[in-house]
Design a protein around this ligand. Structure first.
Ligand code: NAD
Length: 498
C-alpha cells in the first residue's frame, strides 16, 4: 500500500478527531520538502478539553478497569499496530526523513513494547506485611497516578511514545500526549488504533502543536497528575521546575554524550560495526548515540583507519531512494547547529578525519558522516550534545583512564565497552556513571529492561516492570481485624509503634 497524499490531522480528543483552534502547522519531508501532514496548533481551550476528557475517563472508565481488561486492550493495540505498520512506517519515514527500512523496524519494535506492557497490566503488585502482630495486617497497593501529561521528541517518535503510553495505560492512568510538532502523525494515529482496540473514549487524548504554546499549557495544567517528558535537557529542566510548582511527579528522559569504549583486547571487528551503528544511526540524532568514541592508544590508529574507511561508504541522501543508510537532518535549525559544531571542532584544534561536508539539496538538509580525531576532553565537541552525524574520537592508555574520561560529563544516559577481559568488563560496569552500560554490544533494548539516565540525562525509568510502576503511587493499607482495644482518652498515653 502507498500513502502519497498529504493528510490533514485534527487533535484526538474523547474518542474523535477535533480541529484545534490555533495556527496551521505544515510538516514537510526533510529529505525533499514534500508536504506530508497538516494540523493546527492547540490553544488553551483545546488543551483544557483534552485534560478534562482524560480526567473524566480516568475516574469513570479506566482506573476501575481490571488488569485483564487493560491487558486485552494493549494486546489488541499491538496487533493493530502490526496490521497498520506500512502506514505508520510511511509517516514515520516521511516526517522524520529516516530510512524506510529503519522506520519499519522501529514500528515493529514498538508493537512489541505494547505486547510486553499487556503482560505487565496483569502483574502490578505491591507488598504484604504479615508479621506486624495478631489480627494486624498491612499491604502496599500500587494505584494509578491519574492523568499523565506525556511530551515526546521527534527523533524516534513512535518508539518513544511506545516506551511510555502502553505502560501508563497498563498502570491505569489516562493520558494527554503532545508529540513533537515535527513528527506528530504516528502519535495522532494511535487515537484511531486504541479506539479500535477497545480503549474507552477519553482515556487517550493527543494534542498537536508547538512546545512553547501547547506543550507549555499542558505542563502548567492544574489537572494533570504527572509529567512524563522525553526531549532536551534544557526543556526537561523547565518541565521539572513547572512540575515542582504544581507538586507533580516528573519523569525525564533527556540528552546524552555517551562514551563508547574500545579496549585493545576486544573483538575489534564487532566493535567496529557497533561503533559505526552507534555513531551514525538516525543521522546521529539519537539520545544513545555513541558520540564519544574512546579508543585504547595501542589499537587507535588502525581502528580509526577502518572506521573512517567504513564511514565514508555510508550512503547519505533522500531516504525515499532504496539503500540510503543515513537520511537528512530533521530541520534547518538543527542542520545549522550541527554545521556550527563542525566549525567549532576545527577551531578547537581537533583533526577532521572525515566529512564535515554538508548541503541543502532539493528541500533536504544533509550532513555527511563526520569524524574528529585528536579530540581533547575540554573541547566542546567532547562535552556537548551535537545530535548529528558527528563523532569525537579520544584516546586512552588504561581502563582507569577510559573510565575517568567517560565519566567526565554532565550527562549519564548510556555507555558501552568492548573487551575480551571479564575483569575489565566488571570494573567498567561498576564504575561507569550511566543508566545503561552495554558490554560487547550497543543499542540493544528489550522491553523487559528499564531505561533512563542519571545526571543531566534525566530522572526516572521507563520500559520493563519499572516502566509501569513509574505511573503508579503506593498506597499503604493497614487492617486490624481483632477489634480496636486502645482508649486514648482516660488511659496512660502509649508510645506509637516504631
Ligand atoms: P525538545 O526538548 O526541543 O522537544 C521535546 C518536546 O518538548 C517536543 O514535543 C517539544 O515540542 C516540547 N517542548 C519544547 N518546548 C517546550 C516547553 N516550553 N514546554 C513544553 N514542551 C515543550 O527536544 P527535541 O529537539 O524534540 O529532541 C531532541 C532531544 O531529545 C535531544 O536532547 C535528545 O538527547 C533527547 N532525547 C532523549 C531521549 C531519552 O530517552 N533520554 C530519547 C530521545 C531524545
Amino acid at each position: 500500500m502507498t500513502f502519497t497524499t498529504t493528510r490533514n490531522f485534527g487533535n484526538w480528543i474523547d474518542g474523535s478527531w477535533r480541529q484545534a483552534s490555533g495556527r496551521e502547522i505544515e510538516r514537510r519531508n526533510p529529505s525533499n520538502g514534500t508536504l506530508v501532514s497538516r494540523f493546527r496548533d492547540s490553544t488553551e481551550a483545546d488543551v483544557d478539553m483534552a485534560v478534562l476528557s482524560a480526567k473524566t475517563a480516568f475516574r469513570t472508565k479506566w482506573a476501575g478497569a481490571t488488569g485483564a481488561e487493560r491487558s486485552a486492550v494493549l494486546a489488541r493495540a499491538a496487533d493493530i499496530i502490526w496490521r497498520r505498520a506500512d502506514e505508520l512506517a510511511f509517516f514515520e519515514m516521511a516526517e522524520s526523513g529516516k530510512p524506510a527500512k529503519q522506520a519499519r523496524v522501529e514500528i515493529e519494535r514498538s508493537s512489541m513494547l505494547w505486547t510486553y506492557a499487556a503482560t505487565q497490566a496483569r502483574s502490578i503488585t505491591g507488598d504484604s506485611f504479615g508479621q506486624l502482630g495478631d489480627c494486624y495486617f498491612a499491604a502496599t497497593v500500587r494505584a494509578p497516578l491519574g492523568v499523565a501529561a506525556i511530551i515526546t521528541p521527534w527523533n524516534f517518535p513512535f518508539l518513544i511514545i511506545s516506551q511510555k503510553l502502553p505502560f501508563a495505560l497498563a498502570a491505569g492512568c489516562a493520558a494527554v500526549v503532545k508529540p513533537s510538532e515535527l513528527t506528530s502523525a504516528t502519535t495522532l494515529l494511535l487515537g484511531e488504533i486504541l479506539q479500535e482496540a477497545g480503549l474507552p473514549d477519553g482515556v487517550l487524548n493527543v494534542v498537536a502543536g508547538s512546545g512553547a504554546t501547547c506543550g507549555d499549557l499542558l505542563l502548567h495544567h492544574p489537572d494533570i497528575d504527572m509529567i512524563s517528558f522525553t526531549g532536551s535537557t534544557k526543556v526537561g529542566k523547565h518541565a521539572m521546575r513547572v512540575g515542582a510548582d504544581g507538586m507533580k511527579k516528573v519523569s525525564l528522559e533527556l540528552g546524552g554524550k555517551n562514551a563508547h569504549i574500545v579496549m585493545a583486547d576486544a573483538d575489534l571487528d564487532d566493535a567496529l560495526d557497533a561503533a559505526l551503528h552507534g555513531a551514525f544511526l538516525n543521522a546521529g540524532q539519537s539520545c544513545n548515540q555513541g558520540s564519544r568514541l574512546l579508543l585504547q592508544s595501542s589499537i587507535a590508529a588502525e581502528f580509526i583507519r577502518k572506521f573512517v574507511d567504513c564511514a565514508a561508504r555510508v550512503t547519505v541522501g533522500d531516504t525515499q531512494a532504496d539503500g540510503m543508510l543515513l537520511g537528512p537532518i530533521i530541520n534547518k535549525d538543527q542542520y545549522d547547529k550541527i554545521v556550527d559544531y563542525i566549525a567549532v571542532g576545527k577551531a578547537e584544534g581537533a583533526t577532521l578525519a572525515l566529512g564535515g561536508t554538508h548541503r541543502e539539496e532539493n528541500g533536504g538538509y544533509f550532513i555527511d558522516p563526520t569524524v574528529f580525531t585528536g579530540v581533547r576532553p575540554h573541547m566542546r565537541i567532547a562535552r556537548e550534545e551535537i545530535f548529528g552525524p558527528v563523532v569525537s574520537i579520544l584516546e586512552f592508555e588504561t581502563l582507569e583512564d577510559a573510565i575517568a574520561l567517560a565519566n567526565e560529563s554532565v550527562y549519564g544516559l548510556s555507555a558501552g565497552i568492548w573487551t575480551g577481559n571479564v575483569s575489565h568488563a566488571m570494573k567498567a560496569v561498576q564504575s561507569l556513571n550511566a543508566g545503561t552500560v552495554w558490554v560487547n554490544t550497543y543499542l540493544d533494548g528489550p522491553a523487559e529492561l528499564p531505561f533512563g539516565g542519571v545526571g543531566e540525562s534525566g530522572i526516572g525509568r521507563e520500559v520493563g516492570k519499572l516502566g509501569v510502576e513509574e505511573f503508579t503511587d503506593i498506597k499503604t493499607v493497614q487492617i486490624r481485624s481483632g477489634g480496636y482495644s486502645r482508649r486514648w482518652v482516660g488511659q496512660a498515653i502509649e508510645a506509637p509503634n516504631a
